[in-house]
Write a protein that binds this ligand. Structure first.
Ligand code: PLP
Length: 389
């Protein structure tokens, strides 16, 4: 089965009792109008290239399905919808792009001051129905504010529904299940009958939650590897059973700089708190910046494969943990061009973005609203009206 055929079976399993088959089929083909290749790096090591969507990260897949499924599942009449999304880099662009043409909808992007590249900001700032809000705080502050907003802890403008655009929203997370089955199917074409281990670069643990849901749905993957960067809260949790959120450190794999991952609760719930079973299915490893760089350099020099730092963290963990006879897949979560500076610094190679760059935007002139990390400031910013008609 092709990627789209697999996607149709899975979306029918998940949503078939609320959305009819022809509509689901259309949703699948519109959302997945690109491929997700499984490429061999060397021996039993593969990369699943999840970055061929419009904003070049795996988040396009969840965001594109969500933008099409949400209006079908919860149609709007007189009211407006705010999709609120905290971003450490890639979510903002993916969600803004997904919802760019959705009627009566706008996307509120909360991002931490000074942590995004201008390339990342330009991905969402150019959409007319985006309200870009720069928060004088960290990503965890942004995430906290976005959560409080959906829990109605602030007064939202009347006639507005608020929905999370982050992976705590199942509608953004469930579509990721598709590519785990797809990856397995492609691996079986190349390594029939082998046991498959999948390494996931983790931040908020949305992608890993989807992997574990796929396993519960019957995906015959043997186990998963959770790669953290130096922000190792989840790896520590697997080791000790204790969860201690920490202030996030800034690393070269920025989209993984999360100190309080919001999907940990979901994983614990999925396993009914059975720590031994979680440890059977998931092995953790933290990969620091020097090891990420080393892996990027080695992949480029020895195999001619250019990876971004997030992908390299997953690959490094896979190389350490894969056992003889197993087939390993590392998720390539973003296109290397998205981290162009780090890539050229580490590998000495310049990498071209496969798509024409987003319109050059003079960021100082753009409509960025700057606020302190408080709910009252967020409330005031939300009074600006810029929904799609
Ligand atoms: C968001 C992101 C991650 C982390 O994914 P989570 O679902 O938050 O764990 C990893 N790599 C890239 C490139 C990302 O954008």
């Amino acid at each position: 089965m092709s990627l789209q055929e697999i996607a149709f079976v899975i979306t029918t399993t998940l949503f078939g009792d609320i959305i009819d088959a022809p509509t689901l089929k259309k949703t699948v083909y519109e959302s997945l109008d690109f491929e997700i290749p499984l490429t061999n790096v060397h021996d039993d090591f593969f990369l699943l290239e999840l970055f061929h969507g419009p904003t070049q990260s795996f988040k396009d897949i969840g965001a594109r399905f969500m933008a099409r499924l949400l209006p079908l599942m919860a149609p709007l009449e007189d009211e407006y919808r705010d999709i609120i999304v905290a971003t450490s880099g890639d979510s903002g662009g993916a969600v803004a792009n997904g919802f760019r043409d959705t009627p009566r909808t706008r996307v509120i992007v909360l991002f931490p001051n000074g942590e995004l590249s201008s390339e990342q900001i330009s991905r969402f700032i150019s959409e007319k129905n985006v309200l870009p809000i720069e928060v004088n705080g960290t990503f965890d502050d942004c995430q906290d504010m976005a959560k409080k907003a959906i829990l109605s802890e602030i007064d939202t403008p009347s006639g507005h529904n608020i929905v999370s655009g982050n992976s705590i929203n199942l509608l953004r997370q469930l579509p990721s299940i598709i590519y785990y089955f797809h990856a397995y199917a492609r691996a079986m074409e190349q390594r029939p009958g082998q046991e498959v281990v999948i390494s996931v670069p983790c931040g908020n643990l949305g992608n890993l939650s989807a992997a574990l849901m796929a396993k519960k749905m019957g995906l015959p993957a043997k186990r998963f590897i959770a790669a953290n960067n130096a922000n190792d809260v989840f790896v520590e949790y697997l080791k000790t059973g204790d969860f201690h959120p920490k202030e996030a450190l800034i690393t070269i794999a920025r989209a993984m700089d999360v100190g309080n991952p919001s999907n940990l609760a979901r994983i614990i719930d999925l396993y009914d708190g059975d720590m031994e079973q979680i440890r059977t299915d998931v092995e953790g490893m933290s990969v620091d910046d020097p090891s990420i760089r080393e892996t990027m350099r080695k992949l480029a020099d020895s195999y001619g494969v250019i990876t971004d730092p997030h992908t390299a963290s997953a690959f490094a963990a896979l190389e350490t943990k894969l056992k003889p006879g197993e087939t390993g897949i590392a998720l390539a979560s973003a296109h290397p061009a998205k981290s162009g500076e780090v890539v050229s610094d580490v590998t000495g190679r310049k990498i071209q973005s496969p798509q024409s760059e987003a319109q050059p935007t003079d960021l100082r002139d753009a409509r960025i609203v700057k606020i302190p990390p408080t709910l009252s400031a967020l409330h005031r910013a939300m009074l600006i009206e810029n929904h799609n008609k």
